[in-house]
Design a protein around this ligand. Structure first.
Ligand SMILES: NC(=O)c1ccc[n+]([C@@H]2O[C@H](COP(=O)([O-])OP(=O)(O)OC[C@H]3O[C@@H](n4cnc5c(N)ncnc54)[C@H](O)[C@@H]3O)[C@@H](O)[C@H]2O)c1
Ligand SMILES: [Zn+2]
Length: 355
């Protein structure tokens, strides 16, 4: 899989317009959700200039990341005359990018797609790396593929209308990236005042994206090193799927913050982290935990969801952990007892957070 995605981050609109112009696309299709139509479409229109495009709107939120939404897009695009040399642009958060990227990859056996991420989650993480797809019966990202967008345009101006909760949500993935980097930069995140100033956000996003880019370019198809990016996500995805099943409101980043606590606990136990290190990182993560109840009523429900996990191999649930911050390891089986201890640790940290 090629990784020649163009990243537009400095004077991004000028570069993006030139890119679209030079590529000679026969038509442009834009997709927003209801919220990005309201908050981001006008800025897009102004920055994109005179060029015409066909706009389609989908409903907002994780619950709409479905094959039904893809079918809706495919019909709309087909009726509007999409061609192999058209381009589809996703203007939205991780849900819009994942869904539109997948839909564009399938229609006419693949039409070019560009992402204009509008949430911190999508800017820092979802827009880069080529994973796209949808949920199936509550199982997160169960149907999807690897396909890189041709371009990603990062403009933090869109964060101005994003709620504080969604900013915190995206920040969790930046913490994850900071823990994977060597030397790790998580301490510098600990020192930041919240809410983060827009001028600081630009350089934080660059640092965070660099980690994701280096890892995904070295191992685009997740055969080895890319598994490091699953840190916090084995437990995180299971919690998120349980919440989807039970109709509870839990954002991806909130679930990953909990998953990180559990998986860092496993890392600290297994690799004998120096005293105080786990507590320091947990203290940072505690600021990003969900306000509401986030753990399922029984560990069995969670174990059942974990057993659906795509990362499962040879009947074992494999985790990506840290030998220490900056030194990821993967394909680790902590066993059932390990998993229960990790969940106990998450529960304990949630209690501290409520105090
Ligand atoms: N492909 C990947 O590598 C990858 C990585 C991380 C996360 N993800 C996926 O991303 C999704 C989560 O992303 P998300 O948090 O961006 O979700 P999202 O797309 O649902 O956006 C969150 C909410 O913010 C609204 N919104 C978006 N931009 C806005 C703006 N500028 N102003 C006001 N409101 C705005 C959206 O309409 C939505 O209601 C999950 O489905 C997750 O699986 C994918
Ligand atoms: Zn994630």
């Amino acid at each position: 899989m090629s990784t020649n995605t163009r990243l537009f981050q400095s004077r991004p609109w000028e570069q993006f317009a030139a890119f679209i112009e030079n590529a000679n696309y026969t038509s442009v299709f834009l997709v927003t959700d209801t919220n990005t139509e309201k908050h981001c479409l006008e800025s897009f229109r102004l920055a994109f200039g005179e060029r015409t495009f066909v706009h389609t709107r989908i409903d907002a939120g994780e619950r709409c990341k479905t094959l039904e939404a893809c079918t809706f897009l495919w019909r709309e695009w087909q009726h509007a005359g999409i061609e192999r040399r058209s381009i589809v642009i996703a203007l939205g958060g991780g849900v819009v990018c994942d869904l539109v990227g997948f839909s564009a990859a399938c229609i006419l056996r693949g039409v070019d797609c560009a992402y204009v991420p509008t949430t911190l989650m999508a800017m820092a993480d979802a827009a880069w790396g080529g994973k796209c797809g949808v949920n199936l019966d509550g199982a997160k990202n169960a149907v999807g593929l690897f396909r890189n967008p041709v371009a990603v345009l990062v403009d933090p101006v869109f964060l101005q209308t994003l709620s504080n909760r969604h900013k915190r949500n995206g920040f969790v993935e930046m913490i994850k990236h900071s823990l994977l980097q060597d030397p790790p930069f998580w301490q510098s995140l600990q020192a930041l005042d919240w809410p983060i100033q827009e001028e600081n956000m630009d350089s934080l996003l660059r640092q965070s994206l660099r980690v994701k880019r280096e890892i995904t370019e070295a191992d685009p198809l997740e055969r080895n090193l890319r598994k490091a990016l699953n840190l916090g996500h084995t437990i995180g995805h299971a919690l998120e799927s349980c919440a989807l099943d039970e109709g509870r409101d839990l954002l991806h980043g909130e679930a990953v913050a909990l998953g990180l606590l559990g998986e860092l606990y496993l890392s600290a136990e297994r690799y004998a982290w120096k005293p105080g290190l786990l507590e320091g990182i947990s203290g940072l993560l505690r600021n990003f935990l969900p306000a509401q109840e986030a753990l399922p009523s029984s560990y069995e429900a969670l174990e059942q969801r974990l057993s659906y996990d795509k990362k499962r191999s040879e009947q074992r649930i494999l985790f990506s952990l840290l030998e220490r911050p900056g030194k990821p390891v993967w394909d680790v089986d902590p066993g059932k007892d390990g998993l229960h201890h990790a969940l106990d640790y998450i529960r304990m940290e949630m209690e501290k957070h409520k105090e």
